[in-house]
Design a protein around this ligand. Structure first.
Ligand code: GRF
Length: 194
């Protein structure tokens, strides 16, 4: 099995990144992190990159007028690291990645795509929408990203029942537990295939 060279893109708390770093530290993830890119200088997840001594680049979305300009700056931060895959880890912006990264950008979404995804469907809003719909199941989806929000070939999904007394918070918490298994599983699968 190959050790995959990864870039991780974060925007917020960085729990997804932390989960991957903890697993890697225990020898449970065939991956090395070449660079972490944060879309905000205030993202709490930056501390995890620092603790793990991973090169960190802040590409502040607020400083760019368009998704295109922002994406060019992201690509400039990532491409010199020659990574196998880019892992979107709680990254909430559109990344219009260049052709070199086609098929190599992974995303995890806290619902069963193609439902409850797309622009604006992140965080609590996803789980609120699931509960409002009366869906009996939710879960998470790992997929290869394309140039649309939460879109592209699905690598794996993990499903959980929605409980009658679920709140957006309780559902989010249980879905996140599944995410903590799903993303590493997908990365392992890709490493085995590489
Ligand atoms: C997760 O729900 C994940 O599915 C989505 O972002 C959330 C985690 O963000 N892509 P973070 O890792 O806590 O910043």
């Amino acid at each position: 099995m190959k050790t995959l060279r990864l870039a991780a893109l974060i925007s917020g708390t960085g729990r997804t990144l932390k989960n991957l770093l903890d697993l890697k530290a225990k020898g449970g993830l065939p991956a090395e992190f070449a660079v972490v890119v944060s879309s905000s200088p205030k993202a709490a997840g930056i501390s995890f990159a620092r603790e793990a001594r991973i090169p960190l680049v802040v590409v502040n979305r607020a400083k760019f007028a368009s998704d295109q300009d922002f994406s060019r700056a992201l690509a400039a931060a990532i491409l010199p690291h020659h990574v196998d895959f880019v892992v979107l880890a709680g990254f909430v912006h559109l990344f219009l990645f260049p052709r070199e990264l086609e098929g190599r950008v992974l995303n995890i979404h806290p619902a069963l795509l193609p439902e409850f995804g797309g622009r604006g469907f992140y965080g609590r809003r996803v789980h609120e929408a699931v509960l409002r719909s009366g869906a009996k199941e939710s879960g998470c989806t790992v997929h290869i990203a394309d140039h649309q929000y939460d879109h592209g070939p699905i690598l794996l999904q993990r499903r959980i029942p929605v409980l009658s007394d679920d709140t957006p918070e309780s559902l989010a918490e249980r879905v996140f537990q599944e995410e903590c298994r799903a993303y590493p599983n997908a990365i392992r699968k890709l490493a085995e295939e590489s």
